[in-house]
Design a protein around this ligand. Structure first.
Ligand code: AMP
Ligand code: MG
Length: 334
């Protein structure tokens, strides 16, 4: 049992959307194991909640077993279980929560429900070593600008309609690129030469993207797809960067953590960096694998709860909340 050495371990389960994942972290927030299984969405854009839940239920036993094997641990060696409680797809969330409750009940382990977005936030801050960042989450499920203030993570800007990830994926689908379209759009946009003016949707610190999507789709067939992709990206990212700049001037942070699948886009990252440089602010992002949904983000938050002595949730009160907002969550560790 050399691995234990007085260490404590939390097992985290993620199941909000396309990914079913299990990870184990120790109390120094080292990643001990990280196993994921992503549902194949085929031709469809979004994810079908029922098929996704079926996928998660099918792979759950193997993913759990693999995570324990990778760590060289037995389920009884785990000190606590954390699961993503939301926001996300109800049927998918229920699978992760059920697995977590079963383990907690059978092996008498403390149980911590975790807000998925706070998982992205705390994983990003932890791995980047950012103490008090402004966090920008840009994924298929979220487009939000967040900052810690008065005991909670709070939203300082968000999309008022579709997410930045959806914008990329929906446009991609219209030109025949399957999900996830973002990486391919980035490639195509690099060949764009002419900027076409497009609807610039900003309201306060909030983003509005559906008009931009409609406009870009209407241009298909009338001008080069490279120029459309390029202009779409430039417009969408400028809106996000401007909203982030507005939020930044309100909360005056010194670090920006960029996370979520779209954070992998180099053009977006560079635009964010140029804006931040003008304010003497640092921008960081994680390696690609940590931008996507994973179990580590859930395990890390579970460990933060446990280390701060926060009361675990009794199994019968361990629910899911499909539409929970970050502001609803108490943060005892900051
Ligand atoms: P997530 O929801 O965090 O798993 O992220 C998936 C989203 O990120 C999808 O909408 C992808 O199209 C998008 N995405 C991934 N890589 C890139 C990229 N390089 N540029 C733009 N979007 C991306
Ligand atoms: Mg996510």
């Amino acid at each position: 049992l050399g691995w234990r050495m007085g260490r404590r371990y939390v097992l985290g389960i993620e199941s909000t959307a396309h990914t079913f994942a299990v990870a184990i972290v120790d109390d120094k927030l080292n990643v001990i194991s990280d196993v994921r299984d992503v549902v194949r969405s085929g031709e469809t854009l979004g994810i079908d909640p029922k098929l996704t839940a079926e996928h998660h239920a099918n792979v759950a036993p193997q993913v759990l077993e693999k995570a324990l094997n990778e760590a060289g641990m037995d389920i009884t060696d785990i000190d606590a279980v954390a699961y993503s409680m939301g926001p996300g797809l109800g049927p998918a969330l229920r699978i992760g929560a059920t697995v977590a409750r079963a383990i907690a009940h059978k092996f008498k382990k403390p149980l911590y429900p975790v807000h998925h977005g706070i998982g992205h936030i705390e994983l990003t801050s932890t791995l980047l070593g950012f103490k008090d960042p402004l966090v920008v989450i840009v994924s298929g499920g979220h487009t939000s600008i967040l900052s810690f203030n008065l005991g909670r993570w709070r939203t300082y800007g968000e999309t008022l309609d579709i997410t930045l990830g959806n914008l990329m994926d929906m446009f991609a689908r219209k030109i025949g690129i399957p999900f996830p379209g973002g990486p391919k759009i980035e490639e195509i946009a690099r060949k764009g030469r002419k900027y076409i003016e497009m609807p610039y949707g900003i309201k306060g610190n909030n983003m509005v993207y559906s008009g931009l999507l409609t406009y870009a789709i209407q241009l298909i067939g009338r001008t080069s797809v490279e120029d459309i992709a390029y202009s779409l990206q430039e417009t969408a990212f400028t809106v996000l960067v401007e909203a982030t700049e507005r939020a930044l001037t309100q909360v005056s942070k010194k670090e920006i953590g960029l996370t979520g699948g779209v954070a992998s886009n180099d053009r977006l990252y560079n635009m964010m960096c140029s804006m931040a440089r003008e304010h003497g602010v640092k921008v960081g992002r994680l390696e690609k694998k940590y931008n996507s949904d994973n179990g580590v983000q859930i395990a890390v938050v579970g460990m933060l709860y446990m280390k701060s002595g926060y009361a675990p949730v009794p199994v019968e009160e361990a629910v899911i909340k499909q539409r929970i907002r970050v502001e609803e969550v108490e943060i005892p560790w900051r």
